[in-house]
Ligand binder design. Structure first.
Ligand code: SF4
Ligand code: SF4
Length: 217
């Protein structure tokens, strides 16, 4: 029987693979642009002739876009990357939410580290925060739903390099986590293994996909 073991890919092979992928992506983008232009022209013509109402079309399009995004997510086809105008290292610590996490973690179960986090180019280039090639560029989660950098005893093992959404996250008004932050009453759903699925933050504008309640704002 022949030996099927293959040598690891060398840099040139990876480079050519990426060039091929980018060429395909460019070709798809060009096709998409043409299709979009045709659709917009069609809608303009129908509106001009009084056969379509613009406001109705925009509302229906927004609804359809939500459904399409959800379908992509269900198939694991999300491509998440968030860009910020400044480096995460430029955020002064005193401007980040001051929360007594150590005294609360037995209540909240540290579920903020179960939320989906989109990495930035800065994070990806730095190469410290882990993400799956099959789910670019979201912080990798373990099977228990927690971020792969979360350690039950030590907390965040990538604290110095943690991404921007982790630095700015404020759980105090997040209904997914607290029914009443001041009174220290957590949302009972934090004890469910499926959290945050099906739990609403009560803040529709807070998420990176705007209709996604499983992300860290
Ligand atoms: S949910 Fe809030 S209190 Fe709990 S660990 Fe996260 S930031 Fe701290
Ligand atoms: S990087 Fe750190 S703070 Fe952010 S989700 Fe992971 S463990 Fe939590």
């Amino acid at each position: 029987m022949s030996d099927q073991t293959r040598e690891p890919l060398d840099d040139d092979e990876v480079r050519w693979g990426l060039i091929y992928t980018h060429n395909r992506a460019n070709a798809n983008t060009a096709e998409l642009e043409e299709t979009a232009a045709t659709l917009v022209a069609l809608a303009d013509l129908l509106i001009e002739r009084g056969l379509l109402d613009r406001a109705e079309l925009e509302a229906t399009t927004a609804e359809a876009a939500k459904r399409v995004r959800q379908r992509f997510k269900d198939r694991g086809m999300t491509l998440t990357r968030r860009e910020f105008t400044s480096s995460k290292y430029d955020v002064p610590p005193e401007e980040t939410p001051q929360i007594d996490c150590a005294a609360r973690i037995h209540l909240c179960k540290g579920v903020c580290c179960k939320l989906r986090v989109a990495l930035s180019s800065e994070d990806v280039r730095e190469g410290v925060l882990d993400w799956d090639v099959g789910d670019p560029y979201a912080l990798r989660k373990r099977d228990d739903g927690y971020c792969c950098h979360m350690n039950a005893d030590k907390g965040c093992t990538a604290y110095e390099q943690r991404p921007m959404p982790c630095r700015g996250f404020d759980c105090r008004d997040d209904a997914r986590i607290w029914l009443d932050f001041e009174a220290r009453i957590p949302n009972p759903a934090v004890n469910e293994s499926t959290w945050p699925l099906g739990v609403s933050s009560g803040n529709p504008g807070a998420d990176m996909d705007s209709d996604d309640d499983t992300t860290k704002a």
